[in-house]
Design a protein around this ligand. Structure first.
Ligand code: 3PG
Ligand code: MG
Length: 372
């Protein structure tokens, strides 16, 4: 990433930062509770090193972020008020624009919206790693107009994730889970080129079960992806890579009571977590690895009946001597819930972005800074 300007390069270009207005694109897309309060401010705190570096040099910092997925118009449910209040506590005097996605020009990468963003701005910093896989106006637009650089968070994220990709220590294991099933099937194929073993938990495993001719009862699955999963299993085998699937499942029976199953679930049975045997097997894989990347919980860990698979994997991530990276809001939240967030080598602020960087070795937001 030596080809991407850093904060020091921006300072050199602008001469003196004192009195300049710097637009900092952050990813303040934080989880909000039902009452609209922030349940985890990790992404806000993660941007502070860049913000402080700039304010120490007497630059006026204007931050901008999206929050959620409003439909291109103001929507009070996605107002930045709670974020603004938290930011004011952590970094007094720093401005925060309204939700970028209140303007349809953000996701459309409309040049008119880009012009609005850079109006009166002397320089631009991208520190929104978690959104840098989106070719949106605030990510790719400003570098075409004003001197630009990557912030400290973006720099560290890219260092760590490209380190995994380009200098893997083997065995390199990816642990994937979560509920966004079809999202990740494409990633798995790309990861087969990069990692040695893939551990699969979360709802995603049920589509693989179907590909193996097993039954999943009423568990979440994607019938139209079964063929893709079958192809992935075959491809992995051809490449000599291992895909680990659970062989026991915790869930509920047709009465809704907690139940444990093997890897064939009958009618009315619903899987919500990997079972204890699989959790132990996955622990062995993680303990024997030299690098582990984890994205996506193993089950519905918000419900304490179904947290044990995710908790066991989180503990293995903490215990292994491997270099460990956790990416994605849900896995990071799980780690924090179990008090293990300080026990891994790196917690990424990006889910989709970290997967895409591992997959492609580049992101639209990085390319935009390079062509500055
Ligand atoms: C995220 O939460 O993954 C990032 O903020 C990107 O959000 P998006 O998936 O809505 O683009
Ligand atoms: Mg460790």
């Amino acid at each position: 990433m030596s080809d991407i300007p850093r904060l020091e390069d921006l300072e050199a270009k602008l001469g003196d930062l004192a009195g300049t207005r710097i637009l900092v694109r952050t990813d303040f897309n934080v989880p909000l509770g039902d009452d609209g309060t922030i349940t985890d401010d990790f992404r806000i705190r993660a941007a502070l090193p860049t913000i402080e570096w700039l304010t120490q040099r007497n630059a006026t910092v204007v931050t901008a972020s999206h929050l959620g997925r409003p439909k291109g118009a103001p929507d009070p449910a996605y107002s930045m008020d709670a974020v603004r209040a938290r930011l004011a506590e952590l970094a007094p005097g720093v401005e925060l624009l309204e939700n970028l996605r209140f303007d349809p020009g953000e996701t459309a990468n409309d040049p008119v919206f880009v012009a609005k963003l850079v109006d009166g701005i002397d320089g631009y910093v991208n520190d929104a790693f978690g959104a840098s896989h989106r070719a949106h106006a605030s990510i790719v637009g400003p570098p075409q107009h004003v001197p630009s650089a990557m912030g400290r968070l973006l720099e560290r994220e890219v260092d760590v994730l490209l380190g995994l990709r380009n200098k893997p220590k083997r065995p390199f294991v990816a642990v994937l889970g979560g509920a966004k099933v079809s999202d990740k099937l494409g990633v798995i194929e790309a990861l087969l080129d990069v990692v040695d073993e893939i551990v699969i938990g979360g709802a995603m495993c049920f589509t693989f079960f179907l590909a193996q001719g097993k039954t999943v009862g009423a568990s979440l699955h994607e019938a139209d992806q079964v063929e893709v999963c079958r192809g992935l299993l075959a491809k992995a085998q051809e490449m000599g890579k291992i895909i680990h699937l659970p062989d026991d499942i915790n869930g509920t029976d047709s009465q809704g009571n907690f139940a444990q199953f093997g890897s064939r679930l009958g009618d009315g049975a619903t899987g919500f977590d990997i079972g204890p045997g699989s959790a132990a097997a996955f622990t062995d894989v993680i303990m024997d690895a030299r690098m582990v990347f984890w994205n996506g919980p193993m089950g519905m860990f918000e419900d304490e009946r179904f947290e044990s698979g995710t908790r066991t994997v989180a503990q293995a991530m903490a215990d292994t001597k491997a270099f460990t990276v956790v990416g994605g809001g849900d896995s990071a939240a799980a780690l924090a819930q179990f008090g293990l967030d300080g026990e891994v080598s790196h917690v990424s602020t990006g889910g989709g972005a970290s997967l895409e960087l591992l997959e492609n070795g580049d992101l639209p937001g990085l390319a935009a800074l390079r062509s500055d």
